[in-house]
Design a binder for this molecule. Sequence first.
Ligand code: ADP
Length: 328
Amino acid sequence: THEGGLADAPPKPAEDNKLRPKKIAEMVGQQDVIERLRIAIDAARRRGEPLGHILFDGPPGLGKTTFATVIPNEMETVVQFANGAGLKAPKDLIPYLTNVSEGSVLFIDEIHRLPSSVEEYLYTAMEDFRIDIVLGEGVSARTLNLDLRPFTMIGATTRAGMLSGPLRDRFQIREHLGFYSVVDLCEIVCRNAKKLNIGISVDAATEVAQRSRGVPRIANNRLLWIRDYAQSKANGTIDLQVAQRAMDMIAVDSLGLDKQDRAYLQTLVRVFAGGPAGLEAIAHTMNCSSDTLEDEVEPFLLRYELIVRTRRGRMATPKAYEHLKTAS
Ligand code: ADP
């Protein structure tokens, strides 16, 4: 069904790729980050050296993978994509490391999920561009010392706090990505409507931006749904009324909260009397994973001051009570 979940499920890869910026100049917002990266890229290019390792952290959908796509393009080099959850042992890393060409990029998403054995293996690779490979087993085992071509590692994480100090310290550039302003999201929506070949009015784009919780990926997903709605239920262009109706239909409220966000607030308010309640208890009651809540739901609720985190757990704020009253 086209329920709340649809709006926040990652879009189909084809559409995601179509909307993803390919060059830094196509990116909107994150001006400070972009300015610092431009300087680092420019300097590395002048020196003819690979760019220093870069770590991005921030909630999902804010552009970490996009940066890992545009940076290699600016450096005129290639990128390999890996995921921390898929690298279970050092041997899983070896193909990536031996594949790097001089100055190319290795992107590891969800880098906080690397097991410590793999993480430790990365230390010499990142610092000295060197790894040890153990050949054979038991008494006949030999260690082979392998030089790697100098490369740039880009790591992405939703949990900067979960990275060990030694790993974090090996990234020369560390950037936090924050939520986008309504103005920036509006710009993204307008540009993407053009890419999708659909007309959208400025007030409709602003409405989408306001109801996207500061996250470009959510704005894109809303836009894709509204496009379907406009083509099926209206004359194919998106005006304010079409945008509002389409978002109402998938239960996205005026603040941009979807069913899951509201279920979180309702659980906290009704079941736990406003808190304080532990994250695990809330997740258990809602029958969903605490990781999802911590990564995708809480950052926006915290930023919007709908909840606060205390030492004894999460608490709903008066603003949350107020919002639930108007939203239900
Ligand atoms: P993350 O890796 O942080 O989860 P992504 O880089 O995959 O997020 O971003 C999700 C989508 O949002 C991208 O496909 C892209 O279309 C859009 N997006 C993200 N950041 C920007 C930006 N700065 N400007 C324009 N679009 C963006």
